[in-house]
Design a protein around this ligand. Structure first.
Ligand code: FDA
Length: 304
């Protein structure tokens, strides 16, 4: 209960404190920071997906700036020979400003990626964007853009039917639990129900011949997914595990040692706040950190 209360209080925590607490989850403000993070990950045998932070955009110009930032990322990946794709958010590409605008922006990113042999994963945001995100994915695939993948969230009750509806596209899917708070009529609320849904979705995607990015740090899910890929005798290039920068890095190293492909999600940029809050909300130790920090500030020890 204490943990949940602290998590609800997080938005009230001063930004400098949030920034300090979330440093481990973000490569830094600049492209060079992402480049260095990806270089180190590649040296450890891990692939990456770079995310330009910026979901809180308000104007077409801001969305265009995000597009340009991705084009810079592709050029940098190519120039430096990095093993990395990118992840994009449709809100960052202007979905809330207009569907067509967002589709044009997404197409520009995907076409530039294709010209450099790169790949674009469309992150899945809250449920108000699910229909549009899946529609954008389908429209671009039907325009013969194959260097593109999508994300499905195990917590959403609709995911089983989304998998069935996408089957004809044999989609590349990142499967995650889902981070956004969603109401009970559309999303499983209990921890075990989300886990069970995750395994059902993983089996259904593999049955459909999809390449799955198994995105989780949950020890039980990692074990079950490992068992499933062995049972199905999947080769190393037929699936991958995915983790977030700064979360369970030792466990990631173990996956690599065991011979699995592993991709790390590397966010960078100046718009770090929203992403940081989401990561902190999931960190089991956050209550302790925030309490210590708050106490420190109350006692005038760190003046943040
Ligand atoms: P769970 O939250 O149960 O965590 C399992 C364990 O991992 C915890 O007990 C703890 O030990 C550790 N852990 C998890 N988060 C931590 C943190 N922040 N700090 C410290 N330890 C932590 N969601 C979404 O809605 N749309 C998306 O597009 C994506 N994309 C995405 C990409 C990748 C590569 C990953 C790994 C995850 C996402 N997610 C996402 C987030 C995902 O939906 C989910 O919220 C988180 O992965 C946490 O869920 P777990 O499966 O890790 O389990």
């Amino acid at each position: 209960m204490f943990d949940r209360a602290i998590v609800r209080l997080l938005p009230a925590v001063p930004r400098p404190v949030v920034r300090k607490l979330s440093e481990r989850y973000i490569a830094g403000p600049e492209l060079k920071d992402a480049r260095e993070a990806v270089r180190s990950l590649n040296a450890e045998g891990k692939a990456a997906t770079i995310d330009v932070l910026g979901e809180e955009i308000r104007t077409e110009e801001e969305a265009a700036a995000i597009v340009r930032a991705y084009l810079d990322v592709f050029a940098d990946i190519e120039r430096c020979g990095l093993d990395s794709g990118v992840s994009v958010k449709v809100t960052g590409l202007g979905l809330k400003l207009g569907y067509e605008l967002c589709r044009d922006n997404l197409r520009a990113v995907v076409e530039d990626a294709a010209s450099r042999g790169n790949f674009v994963r469309i992150d899945m945001e809250d449920s108000s964007t699910t229909d549009d995100t899946l529609r954008l994915y389908r429209e671009l695939r039907e325009e013969a853009h194959d260097n593109i993948g999508v994300v499905l969230q195990a917590m959403l009750r609709r995911t089983a039917s989304d998998i069935a509806a996408l089957r004809d596209l044999k989609p590349s899917v990142r499967l995650c639990k889902g981070i956004y708070l969603e109401p009970a009529d559309i999303a499983y609320q209990e921890y075990e129900a989300v886990r069970a849904s995750y395994i059902r979705a993983l089996e259904a995607l593999l049955d459909a011949g999809s390449y799955v990015g198994i995105a989780t740090h949950d020890e039980w899910l990692l074990g079950e997914a490992g068992r499933i890929v062995v049972e199905r005798q999947l080769g190393r290039d037929e699936y991958e595990f995915q983790m977030l920068l700064g979360v369970r890095p030792r466990r990631g190293e173990q996956l690599v040692r065991e011979g699995h492909r592993l991709r790390i999600y590397v966010p960078f940029g100046r718009h770090w706040y929203e992403y940081s809050l989401r990561r902190l909300q999931e960190n089991p130790s956050i209550a302790g950190y925030v309490a210590t920090d708050t106490l420190g500030r109350l006692l005038g020890k760190n003046g943040a």
